[in-house]
Design a protein around this ligand. Structure first.
Ligand SMILES: [Zn+2]
Length: 413
């Protein structure tokens, strides 16, 4: 009796396991055909009534006559998996509070891994995590196929500007080389203090040294910058400016002229803090009580104004980055709603900012961000049309990354 029970339990477990998405690599030559009726190609084009053919991890053809059909996604909006240029995988809540540096290694590992998982389920097939060396083993585990999650790019240890204490330009160059040796895909630089006040935390010489050394090593630079630091980072030849509150129209114009990527936020970050004020209250760098968070609301109109001005700046390459912290993981797509509803961003441009333009900013436009032969089969489907109703971005019903289907729950109506 016991044995029978044990075996039936085991079978149930095995059956359950088989029904779960498997993080394995796709069989080399496995061919998959997806029928689609509306596809955003990732570059601003829309394809209709065709089929996407995948072999192994890549798209090999767009062919309306291909068959047999393995997945029928007609009636849905199909597009390339989204790219979030700015997340923090290592932030998570534990027992109702933001976990601190004293959290156990196991909690930190599971915290980051589950953040990665929920973002993949929300349609993000590539994310750039900026600011933790712990991202490296998770990036590598996901890349090997031993754990399901988005493709991760990471900065390892960021360069935190502390004025003269940051070091001489030569010391800063050595720090950049050290991150490269540690396996960084890019260099993250903090060149300003807070959102509302504070000057630059790196001199123009220090900033130039960091961005120049990274460039020599073939690495991109992402600079956390407000006010005058926006122009300084642009002039220093850094790759991408994060946040940017306090940037003038002239600063935005200069970024467009220099081809500097810009990643302002439209509201998700602040909405997350407000919604989770009790969990953040009293933790380092946050107000002591939930009430102290009220004044953060004043930042939202500043974000909306900056997003509106960025959208109106001709040629400015604005990418999609959420700055996802604890409470925002898996909700990343809500930032699209802020950008379109409050930031005056065209819905199709918002999609492109997280597809081909996002891929270009990562130097990966030949691999991800578009639906075209030769590219990775990173394909998602939304129940709804975000061009008619941007809230459709919350209804991700299909997720494929590198030819592996991780989610396929069908339309809800
Ligand atoms: Zn950040």
């Amino acid at each position: 009796m016991r044995v029978v029970k044990l075996i039936s339990c085991l079978l149930a477990v095995l059956a359950g396991a088989a029904a779960q998405p498997r993080p394995a690599r796709p069989p080399q030559n496995k061919r998959i055909v997806i029928a689609v009726s509306r596809v955003f190609d990732g570059k601003g084009g829309i394809l209709r009534d065709t089929r996407i053919v995948i072999e192994g991890s890549k798209i090999v053809a767009i062919d309306p006559k291909a068959g047999p059909v393995d997945y029928d996604l007609r009636g849905l909006t199909v597009l390339p998996g989204w790219i979030d240029a700015h997340v923090h995988l290592g932030w998570f809540f534990k027992d109702g509070k933001l976990a601190g540096t004293d959290a156990s290694p196991a909690d930190k590992t599971y915290g980051a891994a589950s953040n990665a998982w929920v973002m993949l389920m929300a349609g993000f097939t590539t994310v750039q995590s900026v600011g933790s060396p712990a991202d490296i083993p998770l990036r590598d585990a996901i890349a090997k196929g031993s754990f399901p999650g988005p493709r991760i790019l990471t900065s390892a240890e960021p360069l935190a500007g502390r004025g003269e204490q940051t070091g001489t330009p030569d010391e800063i160059r050595a720090f950049v080389r050290k991150q490269r040796e540690a396996g960084a895909d890019l260099i993250k630089i903090y060149a300003s203090g807070g959102m509302r006040t504070g000057g630059m935390t790196l001199s123009p010489e220090q900033l130039s040294a960091a961005c120049d050394e990274a460039k020599k090593l073939g690495l991109r630079t992402l600079v956390h910058a407000f006010r005058e630091a926006v122009r300084a980072a642009t002039v220093a030849g850094c790759t991408e400016i994060e946040h940017g509150l306090g940037a003038t129209d002239e600063d935005l114009k200069l970024m467009a002229e220099r081809g500097t990527y810009f990643d302002p936020q439209g509201g998700l970050l602040i909405e997350t803090y407000l919604l989770n004020a009790d969990k953040y209250a009293g933790t380092p760098f946050f107000p002591k009580t939930a009430v102290g968070f009220a004044s953060m609301k004043d930042i939202l109109p500043m974000m909306h104004d900056l997003m509106q001005r960025a959208a109106k700046t001709p040629g400015l390459k604005t990418v999609f980055g959420t700055d996802a912290v604890a409470g925002a993981h898996g909700h990343n797509a809500e930032e699209f709603i802020d950008r379109v509803r409050d930031g005056g961003v065209d819905p199709l441009a918002a999609m492109v900012s997280a597809n081909s333009l996002g891929a270009e900013a990562l130097g990966m436009a030949d691999q991800i961000g578009s639906i075209a032969p030769g590219l990775q089969a990173d394909i998602i489907a939304l129940d709804g049309d975000p061009l008619k109703d941007i809230t459709a971005v919350k209804h991700v019903v299909f997720v494929m990354k590198g030819g592996v289907v991780y989610k396929n729950v069908g339309a809800s109506h």
